[in-house]
Design a protein around this ligand. Structure first.
Ligand SMILES: NC(=O)C1=CN([C@@H]2O[C@H](COP(=O)(O)OP(=O)(O)OC[C@H]3O[C@@H](n4cnc5c(N)ncnc54)[C@H](O)[C@@H]3O)[C@@H](O)[C@H]2O)C=CC1
Ligand SMILES: O=C(O)CCC(=O)C(=O)O
Length: 454
């Protein structure tokens, strides 16, 4: 048995070590395995990466901070939640990544997200390291005042760990413009500093145009690049989308604009199927439902004739489509779902969410040789726009919509190019997972080599 210090452990021995060091952290172990299988192949004949134990170091967060978040609900009950910030790696820039408020948040989920973010941020070409944070707080059904008190309490601890040159959080599930506003206000109050410490801010106080749209639009631009590469296009294609949040709605909007027909959207209660297509007017209605009335997606079927709701947490993957865009959460598309998509003729899967497909599901897509873009490549438009928000804050300027739109399309096609460069499978199939993993790894690894043993 090789020791953990042996620089020539194989993939299985490496993963045994990861499992031992991170007991019970299934999501984190899954994310490390997905990256490691490609990176091991890439570094096979590259002694410098083995010697410096680079992969082992990237898979060990620089630090994980956890803290108590105490707040008072509207009935004057004292509530206690746990908050975290995982600072995974800052080799190429300040830690950067969203904050998630969701009942299912735990250390494993945030470690997997921070690990993935490290490679994603590297792929954007911008100087950002990888981090992620959040709390096991369920915002569903909470009043605005409760959300404000929770955000203020969360920031009252988090502020000491972040800063524009240290770690710059943003939104993620359960954290949108409202929550970023409350957290930014509290940071400013505590520190007496106005600085670009968060991204996804409102336009009145340093936010970037295009940030709300960037993740969903970027995913569709990535799809466009994939289809171009295969000499095809979006016009006339049907799409199945999960989620009804920031990423899902903007992906639906851009797909519709480019001539695609969106058939489904979902939330944790289930999914709606609208065979007539969810057009821009319907998307605007869902935006108001989710962002203003904070209602459930099932209400759509009371409003629009011909749409059907599938409840009990049902997922939309059995609906026949050309394209699938999982845009809700991790592990929402398993092996059976993947098989249903392939059997129904789906030609491309593009991940708006982070790690929405299980490892067995990914294998189904690869075996069937359909186009499959992992989240770290396809949903990088959001964090790329956040990087541009940081740049605008640093130079005290605000760039216009067209300039930012052009930069977003350039970043997405740059990521596609990197996947093409590193993702060739030898038989003509383009393995986007391999391409994204290797290109994302190489930049971070080379920076770490330059620093020596730190
Ligand atoms: N907001 C951003 O800029 C980025 C978000 N992402 C990823 O995209 C995904 C969605 O994030 P956002 O749209 O920002 O969040 P959001 O909070 O705006 O929307 C999340 C959506 O997912 C649904 N959802 C949450 N948990 C679920 C569950 N257990 N089962 C089924 N549906 C569930 C919610 O009902 C909601 O429709 C996440 O995986 C996030 O990490 C990735 C890159 C950037
Ligand atoms: O904009 C950001 O900093 C983070 C976005 C994010 O959380 C993600 O890419 O998963």
């Amino acid at each position: 048995m090789a020791s953990v210090y042996d620089r020539h452990v194989d993939l299985d021995q490496f993963m045994e070590g990861v499992k031992k060091r991170n007991p019970g952290q299934d999501e984190f172990i899954q994310a490390v395995r997905e990256v490691s299988q490609d990176v091991f192949e890439f570094i096979e004949d590259k002694e410098e990466y083995h010697e410096a134990q680079i992969l082992r170091r990237i898979a060990e967060p620089d630090r994980v901070v956890s803290f108590r978040v105490c707040w008072e609900d509207d009935n004057h009950n004292i509530r206690v939640q746990r908050g975290w910030r995982v600072q995974n790696n800052n080799a190429i820039g300040p830690y950067k990544g969203g904050i998630r408020f969701h009942a299912g948040v735990n250390e494993s989920v945030l470690k997997f997200l921070a690990f993935e973010q490290t490679f994603k941020n590297s792929l954007t070409g911008l100087p950002m390291g990888g981090g992620k944070g959040g709390a096991n707080f369920n915002p569903k059904g909470k009043s605005d005042a409760e959300i404000m008190r929770f955000c203020q309490s969360f920031m009252t601890e988090l502020y000491r760990h972040i800063g524009p040159e240290i770690d710059v959080p943003a939104g993620d599930i359960g954290v949108g413009a409202r929550e970023i506003g409350f957290m930014f206000g509290q940071y400013k109050r505590i520190t007496n500093r106005w600085e670009g410490v968060l991204t996804g801010k409102g336009l009145e106080y340093g936010g970037s145009k295009m940030r709300p749209e960037a993740t969903g639009y970027g995913a569709v631009y990535f799809l466009q690049n994939m289809l171009d590469h295969a000499r095809d296009g979006i016009e006339g294609k049907t799409a199945v989308i999960s989620g009804a949040g920031n990423v899902a709605l903007h992906a639906a909007e851009k797909l519709t604009e480019l001539g695609g027909k969106v058939l489904t959207m979902s939330d944790s209660d289930g999914f709606l199927h609208d065979p007539d297509g969810i057009d821009q007017d319907k998307i605007d209605w869902i935006k108001r439902l989710k962002n203003e009335r904070r209602g459930r997606i099932s209400e759509y079927c009371d409003e629009f004739d011909g749409a059907e709701f599938h409840g009990d947490g049902a997922r939309p993957w059995k609906i026949e489509c050309d394209i699938a865009l999982p845009c809700a959460t991790q592990n929402e598309l398993d092996e059976d779902d993947a098989r249903a998509l392939v059997d129904n003729g789906c030609m491309a899967v593009v991940e708006g969410a982070n790690m929405p497909t299980t490892l067995d599901g990914v294998k189904v897509f690869h075996d069937a040789k359909i186009m499959y873009a992992p989240g770290k490549a396809a949903n990088a438009g959001g964090v790329a726009m956040s990087g541009l928000e940081m740049a605008q804050n640093s130079e005290r300027m605000s760039w216009d919509h067209d300039r930012l739109g052009d930069m977003l399309t350039e970043v997405m096609s740059g990521i596609h190019d990197k996947c093409v460069e590193y993702g060739g499978a030898g038989d003509g199939y383009l393995d986007y997972v391999k391409g994204a993993n290797i290109a994302g790894f190489k930049k971070v690894a080379d920076a770490m080599l330059a620093f020596g043993v730190v």
